[in-house]
Design a protein around this ligand. Structure first.
Ligand code: 6PG
Length: 239
């Protein structure tokens, strides 16, 4: 099932997604002992995490039972402001220290991108069911080229069964990144796209059309539900 929700601007998108996030997590935790969520970097992803931190009902989420993953990570040093984990920690997770965080590795001397990816794949394997994390909810931003996480257009197909991969020539800096694969993201019960800006209108219209496979964002969908949180400019090419 696809749902498209339209809002006036990026701030309204972040607030609506934050509200839905809080209520969805409360509901999921009433049904399950533990849940897995995947969050995203990018400006709107971080704005949404900051809005979640400010939500009046934040304390009704039992974060002790929430495992948090990142859809992708920039392969930069632990201290780098570019690190998705650091941005997310500052926006939200520093305020809910009981959450179980599973950041992707940071760059350090002697650790290659490939070795870091393999190291993280081990962590994923420990928490997987049949090789994949059963994500209850995945948040994704989308670039103007339709990329999601660090899955960019024009890249070679990924071998089936692979959950985590690396990208060493990302068109969006920094060039080196670690990412969950399409197949891994497709193991999400719900996927929510958080998208604002006129430069995203074309990929939004493709990803939600019958030609969806032409852009990375159109190659993933939630098992139960896919929701697009859009501002009016990102939604402007939808009929
Ligand atoms: C990253 C992200 C990336 C991001 C999109 C959208 O590490 O850069 O995970 O996939 O979500 O590029 O970013 P904006 O919301 O800033 O446009």
């Amino acid at each position: 099932m696809i749902e498209i929700l339209k809002f006036n601007d990026a701030t309204e998108v972040a607030e609506a997604a934050a509200d839905a996030f809080v209520h969805t997590l409360v509901q999921l935790l009433a049904e399950k002992a533990e849940i897995n969520i995947s969050v995203t970097g990018g400006s709107l992803g971080i704005k949404t995490l900051a809005a979640i931190a400010e939500h009046r009902d934040l304390s009704s989420i039992d974060f002790q039972r929430v495992r948090v993953w990142w859809g992708d990570e920039r392969f930069v040093t632990r201290e780098s402001e570019d690190r998705n984990f650091n941005q997310a920690f500052e926006a939200l997770f520093s305020k809910v220290p009981e959450a179980k965080l599973h950041p992707m590795p940071a760059a350090k001397a002697g650790l290659t991108l490939q070795a870091a990816t393999e190291e993280f794949a081990q962590v994923v394997a420990e928490h997987s069911v049949d090789g994949f994390i059963p994500f209850d909810l995945t948040l994704l931003g989308m670039g103007p080229d339709g990329h999601i996480a660090s899955l960019f257009p024009g890249k070679p197909p990924v071998e089936a069964g692979v959950s985590v991969l690396f990208e060493d020539d990302s068109p969006k800096p920094p060039a080196q990144r670690i990412s969950f694969s399409y197949e891994a993201i497709n193991h999400s019960s719900e996927i929510w796209f958080l998208v604002a800006g006129a430069d995203k209108a074309l990929p939004v219209s493709i990803a939600t059309s019958t030609d969806s496979e032409k852009v990375p964002a159109g190659r993933v969908s939630g098992i139960k539900k896919t929701v697009w949180f859009l501002d009016q400019t990102a939604a402007s090419k939808l009929s």
